[in-house]
Design a protein around this ligand. Structure first.
Ligand SMILES: Nc1nc2c(ncn2[C@@H]2O[C@H](COP(=O)(O)OP(=O)(O)O)[C@@H](O)[C@H]2O)c(=O)[nH]1
Ligand SMILES: [Mg+2]
Length: 223
């Protein structure tokens, strides 16, 4: 019985995700869904990324949070369009919530939509939002056992940002073992070692992302 109910919910989400994806496709807006634990540094990585991409990539942000608009206020200061979604208790965004704010943006004038999901290593990855790519942010302070304990996010993501590299020496993280585990889960994943605090590794991540945005733009020009 319960399985049937779950299947129903997921397929309703899938349907909405297909609609979102076709809206993004229509205007060739590359869309990423950033996921990770609360405090892993998703918003800080995003702030640094926006500062690098501003002027070359036209981007907007959707912020997902359970209750507050704190992250949206932070993003606003970087001068890009941002909409906050409050899930009111749910541990993840779903495609319908994203659909509900899409009409607030002029998608025709955008190259990149960045969605920051609710801080959680488990639930968000199960809900397709219509994005092109899932991105995992894992702070090294969370411990090197996390990918194997929560493999789905790493299996589904195109890239993982290992954040807070500036404090590596104060942790007991085995970086090699951590990287190895991530590649065992997903051999095709791209790993970026980053410090959103110092800016280490952010350029490489931003270049990689820009390449993907440009590939989508080429499709737009070829249309
Ligand atoms: N030392 C250090 N702290 C960081 C780094 N990135 C984020 N933080 C801090 O980690 C905390 C959580 O960051 P935030 O971006 O809000 O994480 P989110 O909940 O994943 O969006 C904040 O106090 C940030 O200043 C980093 O690279 N190094
Ligand atoms: Mg955040």
């Amino acid at each position: 019985m319960e399985i049937k109910v779950n299947t129903g919910i997921l397929s309703a989400n899938e349907q909405k995700a297909v609609e979102n994806r076709s809206l993004f496709e229509k205007d060739r807006v590359f869309t990423i869904n950033i996921m990770g634990s609360p405090g892993s540094g998703k918003t800080t990585v995003l702030e640094k990324t926006i500062d690098i991409l501003t002027g070359t990539v036209r981007l907007a942000v959707i912020e997902g949070d359970i209750y507050t608009s704190k992250d949206a206020r932070r993003i606003e200061k970087h001068g890009v369009p941002v909409e906050q979604i409050n899930t009111g208790g749910a541990c993840h965004l779903d495609a319908k919530m994203v659909s509900g704010v899409l009409n607030k943006f002029d998608l025709t004038g955008l190259d990149l939509m960045i969605i920051e999901n609710v801080g959680n290593l488990v639930c968000p990855v199960e809900f397709d939002l219509g994005e092109d790519l899932k991105i995992a942010v894992l702070s090294i302070t969370e411990g090197d056992d996390k990918p194997m304990k929560y493999p789905l996010l790493f299996r589904e993501s195109g890239a993982v940002i290992l954040n807070k590299m500036d404090i590596l020496e104060f942790t007991d993280v085995d970086l090699q073992a951590l990287r190895q585990d991530i590649y065992i889960i997903n051999p095709d994943i791209k790993i970026f070692e980053v410090s959103a605090r110092t800016g280490q590794g952010i350029d490489q991540w931003a270049d990689w992302l820009t390449d993907r945005v440009n590939n989508k733009l080429k499709e737009k020009t070829a249309k």
